[in-house]
Design a protein around this ligand. Structure first.
Ligand code: SF4
Length: 112
């Protein structure tokens, strides 16, 4: 199945998408998060997931915010940094409301 997906969409077998937060500080009308506005992924679940990703050869982690804002997880930045130190490229989507130079710029500049 992974080989078939790779042929269809490219490198899909090395990419994983994780939703850190089911919560959001916005209430966009088109978003379904209001039906599921709870839950932050625990450290234990995140760490176990990253370990499984490393064993499976995952190269890219996408922190999705389709139904929640990842920066609401108190240690979201540390989770990004930890993943990057393990050699995983990290993408994340955010509504941007909690980003500022103190929170994210040092992390980004360390990996440019
Ligand atoms: S997750 Fe994104 S689209 Fe949904 S309410 Fe939050 S900011 Fe809006």
């Amino acid at each position: 199945m992974n080989k078939l997906l790779s042929k269809i969409v490219g490198r899909s077998d090395t990419i994983i998408s994780i939703q850190l937060s089911g919560r959001c500080n916005f209430r966009c009308k088109m978003c379904g998060h209001s039906m599921n506005n709870n839950g932050i992924m625990s450290d234990a679940v995140f760490d176990a997931t990253i370990n499984k990703c490393l064993n499976a050869g995952i190269k890219e982690l996408r922190l999705s915010s389709s139904w929640g804002e990842c920066t609401l997880a108190s240690n979201w930045k540390e989770r990004i940094e930890m993943s990057m130190k393990e050699g995983i490229n990290v993408w994340f989507t955010t509504n941007g409301s909690r980003l500022n130079s103190v929170r994210i710029l040092p992390t980004l500049l360390n990996h440019v």
